[in-house]
Design a protein around this ligand. Structure first.
Ligand SMILES: [Zn+2]
Length: 567
């Protein structure tokens, strides 16, 4: 492709709406443009990258025996009624009506359609195991779309589902997808970490996320360098820490604490560390109000809480509801005498003589002990793990990092197959419920994650496998016939070998051409300048600062060798 003919609207200015480098670079390098909040058009360079990413995924899936199909993006309400998700999705789902007034929606996910397909089309164990996938556009009306394609309202996903008749079969299908994902992300040159993930209220052990460590990631990964265990913080078990609470059997005492609103206010007033307090937070879980206790310096892990309660909605209770169960203003909740269930984090069992709210405005209790002064309804792991915590596997020290979730594999079990009566006959002729796994990759998010890991102040540094063009040939002076001829010859050589190649035939200063080539991240640059008459060109990789003079043939061969090693 000639750069003069390419729709490549690069931007010199950094668009103000873009907060993270991948978003900025996707706009600056002319990969995409915003159509609406969280909705983007892909321009030619962006489409090439998108197709390359899709094809790496497709090859990885196909080579592991998965079969591609394509479901509609627009679906009738009935599809979600049997699984109960028409109501569960709430305002996140785009809903619409057809001209006859019938309800439709834009698919936020496709578990139901895959289950229906296998129920209707697969009858016998002889056809199993089976893994089906699609690469398709999904819609979610996110409350806060942001970071460009990292969290958008229209996005492309590869979603796959495996179907087995036994748990052992599911384990095999799951492992097969795990292996496929490792290959796929390696091929994209991603530096990724596989972490244990939350598997929801239904429990089960099989749920892992493929994370790319990045400061702009919206997930937090907790990991142990000693044993290598890593998990999403939503999932990682909290190991109770010993507390240096006051010794002895001290009597509980009500203390006047006017105008204290925060843990900081309290620590100033009592002159002690936040870890000697216990926070009591009041939540609304669907229609029920519950109190949740964690140490003063800890945060509640709402995923663990929601899994335990099995509720659809979980939010902090409104002030009126707090007052109803505590009899006090917000800020003075405590476990003693509260009129709702009290869920206590296990760490508090290690504590004694601690400070809690008194359920009376402007009062706290000190020297409170579990069992003696109150009895919780349940004691369980309810806190968020932080840096310096103990590893639940080996006792080593936990560290945390932000991560971008690019893939998720999950042992779904029979949730959907039961709801849709998706069964198959086994070897004995008995009808058995199919056991499912589900496996997702965020296609657009992969692009953003790759850019977050492969870019510098000058622009994108595409890995060869996903680069929109592998080589850019830059004649320094397009009006010099010798340079032009040699540049054209090299360009045609790559074309004839089926390599995606650009030639910057614009009558621009070399500095402008180099800047653009760097910005759009083409992995290999071959510059044809003054030594063209001797057949010498400059060979430079975008990922390295050094360049080398080579004969035309050596440069072409070096490029071909590099490309074939990556594709
Ligand atoms: Zn460990």
């Amino acid at each position: 492709m000639k750069v003069s003919r390419l729709l490549l609207p690069t931007l010199r200015e950094v668009p103000s709406e873009a907060e993270i480098s991948s978003h900025r670079l996707m706009l600056r390098a002319g990969l995409m443009r915003k159509a609406a909040t969280g909705v983007y058009s892909y321009l030619p360079l962006g489409v090439k990258v998108l197709k390359n990413v899709e094809n790496i995924i497709r090859e990885g899936m196909d080579s592991h025996g998965a079969q591609e199909l394509l479901m509609p993006a627009i679906l009738p309400k009935e599809v979600l009624e049997q699984s109960g998700r028409w109501d569960v999705f709430g305002p996140e789902m785009f809903r619409l009506k057809d001209r006859g007034g019938r309800d439709f929606f834009l698919g936020p996910t496709h578990e139901e359609m895959f289950t229906i397909t296998v129920r209707d089309e697969v009858r016998s164990y002889k056809n199993l195991p089976m893994t089906l996938y699609q690469i398709q556009t999904k819609y979610r009306d996110e409350r806060r779309p942001r970071f460009g394609v990292m969290r958008s309202r229209e996005f492309i996903m590869k979603d796959a589902y495996s179907f087995d008749l036994t748990e052992e079969g599911l384990d095999k299908s799951y492992k097969n997808m795990y292996d496929a994902y490792c290959e796929i992300f390696k091929k994209m040159d991603m530096d990724f970490t596989v972490v244990d993930a939350d598997s929801g209220a239904m429990g089960g052990s099989g749920s892992q996320e493929f994370m790319v460590k990045s400061d702009v990631g919206e997930d937090t990964i907790a990991y142990c360098e000693a044993c290598g265990y890593a998990a999403n913080v939503e999932k990682m078990a909290g190991v109770p820490t010993e507390c240096d609470c006051p010794e002895g059997d001290l009597e509980a005492e009500k203390i006047y604490t006017p105008n204290v609103k925060t843990i900081d206010d309290l620590t100033n007033l009592f002159g002690c560390k936040p870890s000697l307090f216990v926070k009591t937070l009041i939540y609304r879980a669907d229609d029920k109000i519950v109190a949740v206790m964690v140490r003063g310096d800890r945060e509640v892990n709402e995923t663990k809480l929601q899994n335990y309660l099995g509720c659809l909605e979980l939010e902090m209770a409104e002030p009126a509801a707090v007052t109803e169960v505590t009899g006090a203003a917000v800020g003075f909740a405590g476990p003693i005498g509260i009129k709702c269930d009290v869920l206590m984090d296990i760490e508090i069992e290690k504590m004694k003589n601690f400070i809690v709210g008194a359920n009376e405005t402007d009062y706290h209790y000190k020297n409170v002990c579990v069992g003696r002064d109150f009895t919780p309804t349940a004691v369980l792991d309810l806190r968020i793990v932080t840096d310096g915590d103990s590893c639940p596997k080996c006792g080593g020290s936990i560290k945390t990092a932000q991560g971008i979730e690019v893939g998720h594999i999950f042992k779904l079990g029979t949730k959907y197959s039961k709801a849709f009566s998706c069964t198959c006959l086994d070897e004995t002729g008995t009808d058995r419920t199919v056991i499912m796994g589900c496996y997702g990759i965020g296609v657009n998010r992969c692009i953003a994650a790759i850019i977050e890991q492969h870019s510098d102040e000058n622009g994108i540094i595409w890995p060869v496998s996903v680069a929109p063009y592998k080589v850019i040939v830059v004649p320094v002076n397009t009006e010099n016939e010798v340079q032009k001829e040699l540049a054209d010859k090299i360009y045609e050589t790559f074309k004839s070998k089926g390599i995606e190649v650009l030639i910057d035939d614009r009558n621009e200063r070399p500095g402008v051409k180099f800047k653009d080539a760097d910005l759009i991240g083409i992995p290999i640059r071959i510059t044809v300048g003054k030594k063209a008459g001797e057949g010498i060109v400059e060979y430079k990789l975008r990922s390295e600062s050094a360049s080398a003079d080579m004969t035309e043939n050596d440069a072409v061969q070096a490029a071909l060798d590099l490309i074939s090693s990556k594709i």
